[in-house]
Design a protein around this ligand. Structure first.
Ligand code: ASP
Length: 351
């Protein structure tokens, strides 16, 4: 009898030791396989050089990029989705006059602000976009609404605005989008081309033009705790654009792309070239089929596909392991990233 109890006891001990070891294994496995969550953003590429930007402006831009990163990161940190994170990060930049999106959108040829935006989810390949919309405070919110609530991917112009009204999306008057800097840029481009100036403010125009030297579109890409990638882009397009011109930013595959199997990407630059090369989707394809790193894929698209056509700009992104990458063939690009493994970087110039 005594022997029987000794065997039973030994048996129980060994079972619990085996289970313990299994548990330990599981913990180790999940720690090593865990994907760091991360967010990467851009605020436009162009002739961004230290000598063109005052120390105060540099600080202002850096702080706003950090605020955008923090807004997105805070959502990821509490287990929120990458979609919500990119939207929040973009809202910060859309609400600032520093970037060419939302409040700071450039003027078209008629002296109006006409905006484009898109958003995509890498898990489902769902996407939403709006093009050529006016007076929408946060075009990225409208793009998200398109994605979430109807079976279309892209709405444009008056129809998109009607849809926005029906869904109580926030509108702002023209005056909200007026910034002297953008207006002066429009005047400068028009004067250079000998085009008629729009009426608004044309008489009391300061002769001291500030040239923007950059495109200024905003974008964000994030990966959340579940390994889901999302990407989004928002812009006022190009100064003096005509005939309801639409750029790459609202075009899924050109300005924005996200796929959990490869990467997420957001573009900025001369949109026509990003459309012609389907830059964001091309990057994803290169990662998938050529097995290149995201960094090398971005380089390939910008330097071997866009640049030879005469285009310039940059792209940001992150891959399915949360590795962040960017590249650009302009002097600089406003950009930054924040990762759960403790990295936080904000940069403006080429380096
Ligand atoms: N890519 C945008 C467009 O062509 C411009 C920009 O990036 O600032 O509309």
């Amino acid at each position: 009898m005594k022997q029987f109890f000794t065997f039973l006891l030994l048996g129980l001990i060994s079972i619990s030791l085996v289970n313990c070891a299994k548990e330990q294994d599981k913990t180790n496995a999940s720690t090593t396989e865990e994907i760091p969550f991360a967010i990467v953003i851009h605020g436009g590429a162009g002739i961004i050089k230290k000598e063109f930007i005052s120390p105060e402006k540099e600080k202002e831009i850096t702080n706003k990029l950090q605020e955008s990163l923090d807004a997105g990161y805070a959502i990821l940190n509490i287990g929120g989705t990458s979609l919500d994170a990119v939207q929040a990060a973009i809202n910060v930049m859309e609400n600032s006059p520093l970037f060419n999106a939302g409040k700071g959108a450039v003027f078209n040829s008629n002296g109006k602000n006409e905006m484009d935006a898109s958003i995509m989810e890498g898990k489902t390949l769902n996407a939403g976009a709006v093009a050529g919309v006016q007076n929408i405070k946060n075009p990225i919110n409208l793009a998200r609404l398109v994605m979430d609530s109807i079976n279309h991917v892209m709405l444009s112009g008056k129809g998109a605005e009607l849809f926005a009204k029906k869904h109580h999306i926030k509108f702002e008057e023209d005056v909200y989008f007026y910034t002297e800097r953008r207006w002066n840029s429009l005047m400068k481009v028009k004067e250079k081309k000998g085009e008629k100036l729009p009426i608004k403010n044309a008489n009391n125009l300061s002769t001291n033009y500030v040239d923007d030297h950059k495109y200024g579109t905003v974008g964000a890409v994030a990966i959340d705790k579940n390994g889901n990638i999302a990407a989004a882009t928002s812009t006022g397009g190009m100064t003096n654009k005509k005939f309801n011109r639409i750029g790459d930013s609202p075009i899924i595959g050109a300005g924005t792309y996200a796929n959990n199997n490869t990467c997420g990407v957001s573009s900025t630059g001369t949109g026509e070239y990003f459309i012609r090369t389907l830059a964001a989707h091309e990057t994803s394809n290169i990662v998938q089929y050529k097995n290149l790193s995201l960094k090398n894929a971005l380089h390939e698209v910008i330097f071997n596909q866009i640049a030879p056509l005469g285009g310039d700009g940059g792209m940001i992104g992150l891959d399915k392991k949360g590795v962040v990458a960017w590249d650009f063939n302009t002097e600089g690009m406003y950009r930054g990233y924040k990762r759960s493994i403790g990295e936080n970087v904000v940069k403006l110039y080429g380096e």
